[in-house]
Write a protein that binds this ligand. Structure first.
Ligand code: SAM
Length: 289
C-alpha cells in the first residue's frame, strides 16, 4: 500500500530524515490520497506506459506511476530526497531515479538510453518556477513524447490551455497549440499540498501531435515572432514586429493587410494561423533582402 497517502506517515518520514522543504525548488508535496492514482491513470490512458517523471519529491506520484506502468524514469534535482525515495519506493523494481536538473539534462539521450528510444508519457507535479521552460523544452526538443500530464498552478493551466485569439492567451498558449491538443483534466485545491501554496492548481494533459498544426518555413523565426509580440502584449503587432525584426513599418503594414490582419491588431487577437502567416511572410521578405 502507498504509505504516502497518509499525512502523518509523510510527516514521520520527513522528520526521520531531517528534511526541510526548499521554497526555491518549488517543494510543495502532494498529500491528498485521491489525486495521484487519478493522475497516473490519466498519464497512461492511451497505453504508452514508459513514463518519464519530473520531480518525484518523496515519491507519492512515482509510487502510483510505478503501479500502472512498465518503467518509470524520474528526474529529481534535490539529492537530499534520494535516501527518502529509496525507502518509500523500495517495493518496486521498475523505477530509476536520476539525480539531475531536468533543464540541463540531455533528454534525447536519456530516452534512448533508458527507454530504447520508444515513445514516453511525461508526468509531473511541476515546480511553479520552471513550468513554462520545462514544457517548452519537452516540446521544442522533438522528443518521442506521446503526452504530458502535469499539475501546474491554476492560472498557468488556464494560460497554457487558452485558445489563441482570446484575452487569456500568451506566447505559451500559441506554442502549445502548435505542438499539441491541450486539455484541463481537474482542479486541485491548495489544501492538497504540504506545505500549502498560496494558489490552487490544476492537472492538464498535452496530447502531442505527430505533426505541428500549421506549416512554418522557419520554426525559430516563428517562435521569435510569438515571443516578441507577447513581450509587449499591449503594443500593436505592427510596432513590435517592425522594431524586433528591423523592418520598416510600411512593409510590415503591407504584410498585415495582405494577410487580412488589422494593422491595429494586438497579439491576443491573433490565432495560430495568423502568427504562422506573419512568420512566413517575414521569412520570405528577409530572404529577398
Ligand atoms: N512529485 C512530488 C509530489 O507531487 O508531491 C513533488 C512535487 S514538488 C511540486 C516539485 C519537485 O520537483 C520537488 O521534488 C523538487 O525538488 C523537484 N525539482 C525542482 N526543480 C527541479 C529541476 N530543475 N529538475 C528536477 N527536479 C526539480
Amino acid at each position: 500500500m502507498n504509505k504516502l497517502s497518509n499525512k502523518n506517515t509523510i510527516k514521520e518520514i520527513l522528520n526521520k530524515h531531517g528534511f526541510n522543504f526548499s521554497k526555491s525548488l518549488g517543494q510543495n508535496f502532494l498529500v491528498n490520497p485521491s489525486i495521484c492514482p487519478k493522475m497516473a491513470l490519466d498519464c497512461v490512458r492511451d497505453g504508452i506506459n514508459n513514463v518519464l517523471e519530473i520531480g518525484p519529491g518523496i515519491g507519492i506520484l512515482t509510487y502510483e506511476l510505478a503501479k500502472v506502468s512498465k518503467k518509470v524514469v524520474s528526474i529529481e534535482i534535490d539529492n537530499r530526497l534520494l535516501p527518502i525515495l529509496s525507502e518509500t519506493l523500495s517495493e518496486f523494481n521498475n523505477i530509476c531515479i536520476i539525480n539531475n536538473d531536468v533543464l540541463k539534462l540531455d533528454l534525447d539521450y536519456l530516452i534512448k538510453e533508458k527507454f530504447k528510444g520508444e515513445e514516453v508519457s511525461v508526468c509531473a507535479n511541476l515546480p511553479y518556477y520552471i513550468t513554462s521552460p520545462v514544457i517548452m523544452k519537452l516540446l521544442e526538443s522533438k522528443l518521442p513524447i506521446h503526452s504530458i500530464t502535469v499539475m501546474v498552478q491554476k492560472e498557468a493551466a488556464d494560460r497554457i490551455c487558452a485558445l489563441p485569439g482570446t484575452r487569456e492567451s500568451g506566447a505559451i498558449s500559441i506554442a502549445v497549440r502548435y505542438y499539441c491538443v491541450p486539455e484541463i483534466l481537474f482542479k486541485v485545491s491548495k489544501g492538497s499540498f504540504m506545505p500549502p501554496p498560496k494558489v490552487d492548481s490544476a492537472v492538464i494533459r498535452l496530447n502531442v501531435l505527430k505533426n505541428p498544426t500549421v506549416d512554418v518555413e522557419d520554426e525559430n523565426l516563428f517562435f521569435k515572432v510569438i515571443k516578441s509580440a507577447f513581450m509587449q502584449r499591449r503594443k500593436m503587432i505592427l510596432n513590435s514586429i517592425s522594431s524586433i525584426f528591423k523592418i520598416d513599418k510600411c512593409v510590415v503594414s503591407g504584410i498585415l493587410v495582405n494577410l487580412n490582419i488589422s494593422v491595429l491588431a494586438r497579439p491576443e487577437q491573433l490565432d495560430l494561423k495568423d502568427f504562422a502567416n506573419i512568420a512566413n511572410e517575414i521569412y520570405n521578405y528577409k530572404r529577398k533582402q
